[in-house]
Design a protein around this ligand. Structure first.
Ligand SMILES: [Zn+2]
Length: 557
């Protein structure tokens, strides 16, 4: 009897092995953080095709090994689910990598010098765009003006953005081409900044006023767009980002589709197109489909207000350093009924809404709008999202969980804005700024990302920012508003499984579990045990998307 059982056991296990086949890839001897609380500790992972075939003990996983299996032995390393970024401007990011970089400019002179150098490489009439300057990093923090750059760009139209994209600097040539003079009125939701003495435009255009110039800028040829996408995908892979929830103009969606048709995507993209043209997405889905695991249309993005850095985020109280204003509603939120009707219609078509709100009043209004839409259209699993949710009134924090609204936040902004936010909004309002801890404690599903190109795409910088809240100027070594710090584990969940939830993908990605897409990242060290201040020094060794290695660090010599 015993030998019979032994043979039976032998047959069963081997038949099983035969049925399960060989893994293409096995990761072993590392520490694994699965993002799934239900799993016992995992010692190894087997990947077959584009999926995770099994997770388990070394012995269990080694049974998947065959002669064609690639074995990655990773002692001392940490394996985590691929990072998901909840908010990117992905194609812009690729263009920015290839364009003039104004962010490192430490003063106005350096800004002009970088533009001079760039202009020298261009034919007359070719635009300089992008840039991402930050006047808050300069002595005096004054806004730049066209006079500063006119002399070095006489034949080059310039329209370069502040890093948050909520204002731009045009030179005189660009203003002339756009026909902007002292008599041009401010458009709804925008400001043409003027010299207080002469009334002449200074070159700074805020929010909706930017369109007066940006509509003149010719779109890039296809080939440049394809190259920008490639650069962006390389950047994502280098930092372990395997999925992005993108803010996608339709032209970028075309670029993504071209890459998909050629089988060139190495990052998964959920594309959110403008709410103002919501019918177009609904129509597209009806005709084709929403998409697949690589590229999918995932609802809409709209704006309630501007940004803190551009003094256009919409608050209940005025700005301290500019008491004439409390910020601006975005043009698409004027009047509010315009926004409401679009939200109502898009929601009725069962499509997801993500809406940008930064100031406390914009957030309050948006929560009201979400509540009204849900009431009108009836119960549904809709997962409304507020992009940024940066400044909240205390009494609004609990509404996120109650209404099922996802705070879609970008923690790097916290350590960036934290350098100067207090001078703008004062000591009281900063207490509920980037309220990570309070949102979690109130039961909200907090999600994280970068807002690349506004901030670097590197998720480890985001984890570091949320956990330490140390501002970039290092003036807050114990954390800026330290009550709102969260743990490494909480921040990692916001970058993985909770982000998957935010795009309705929690059953296919966001954690290391059998059957999920094989999106994994190998880090060179265990970020759960090192001091959090050292998290930015950790680096990615491998990025694996759909079972394929899309990035491998070059070994140090
Ligand atoms: Zn953004």
């Amino acid at each position: 009897m015993r030998w019979f059982l032994a043979i039976l056991w032998f047959c069963l296990t081997n038949c099983l092995l035969f049925a399960q086949g060989q893994a293409d890839l096995i990761l072993i001897k590392a520490k694994f953080w699965t993002a799934s609380s239900g799993l016992p500790s995992v010692e190894a992972v087997a990947v077959k095709g584009n999926r995770i075939a099994a997770v388990g003990s070394d012995a269990e996983i080694l049974r998947w090994r065959g002669d064609k299996t690639m074995l990655l032995e990773l002692p001392g390393r940490l394996v985590v689910p691929g990072f998901i970024d909840n908010h990117t401007h992905f194609l812009d990011g690729g263009f920015q990598l290839r364009s003039v970089d104004l962010r490192p400019a430490r003063n106005e002179k350096e800004l002009a010098e970088r533009l001079r150098q760039r202009a020298e490489t261009l034919a007359a009439g070719q635009w300089i765009t992008g840039g991402r300057w930050d006047h808050e990093a300069w002595p005096g923090a004054k806004l730049p003006t066209r006079e500063l750059i006119d002399a070095v760009t006489p034949k080059t139209p310039v329209f370069v953005s502040r890093l948050d994209g909520h204002m731009g600097l045009a030179n005189s040539l660009a203003l002339r081409l756009a026909g902007i003079t002292r008599t041009t009125p401010d458009p709804d939701g925008g400001i043409i900044v003027r010299d207080p003495e002469t009334g002449e435009p200074t070159g700074i255009l805020k929010d909706a006023a930017q369109a007066l110039v940006s509509r003149l800028i010719p779109s890039a040829p296809r080939q440049e767009e394809d190259e920008a996408l490639r650069a962006a995908m390389n950047e994502a892979a280098r930092f372990g980002v395997t999925s992005v929830q993108d803010i996608t103009p339709w032209s970028a969606f075309e670029t993504f589709r071209r890459a998909q048709d050629r089988n060139q995507l190495t990052v998964r993209i959920t594309a959110r197109t403008p709410l103002s043209a919501w019918e177009k997405q609904a129509e597209w889905i009806r005709k084709h489909s929403a998409g697949d695991d690589w590229l999918r249309l995932g609802g809409f993005k709209a704006f309630m207000d501007g940004s803190l850095g551009s003094t256009t985020a919409y608050f209940f109280e005025p700005y301290l350093d500019d008491p004439k204003t409390s910020g601006l509603l975005a043009s698409e939120a004027i009047p509010e009924s315009k926004m409401f009707n679009r939200m109502l219609a898009a929601d009725k078509a069962s499509l997801q809404l993500s809406i940008h709100a930064i100031g406390d009043r914009a957030n309050h209004m948006l929560l009201d709008l979400f509540e009204a839409v849900a009431k009108r259209n009836g119960p549904r699993d809709r997962r409304f999202r507020i992009e940024h949710a940066q400044h909240l009134r205390r009494e609004d924090i609990s509404r996120f969980a109650r209404l099922g609204v996802i705070p879609s936040m970008q923690p790097y902004h916290c350590i960036d804005d934290g350098r100067w936010a207090e001078k703008r909004i004062g000591p009281e309002r900063i207490k509920t700024t980037y309220a990570f801890r309070s949102l979690l404690d109130e039961g909200a599903r907090l999600t994280f990302g970068s807002d690349w190109t506004v901030a670097p795409i590197n998720p480890l910088l985001g984890v570091y920012a949320a956990v330490t809240r140390r501002t970039l100027d290092d003036r807050n070594p114990l954390g800026w508003v330290p009550e709102e710090k969260i743990t490494v584990e909480e921040a990692m969940k916001s970058y993985t499984i909770d982000n998957a939830y935010a795009s309705f993908d929690e059953s296919s990605k966001g954690s290391l579990e059998t059957g999920k897409l094989a999106d994994l990242v190998v880090l060179d060290r265990d970020i759960f045990t090192i001091p959090p201040v050292r998290i930015p020094q950790a680096s990615v060794l491998y990025t694996i998307v759909g079972g394929k290695i899309v990035y491998r660090a070059t070994p140090r010599k």
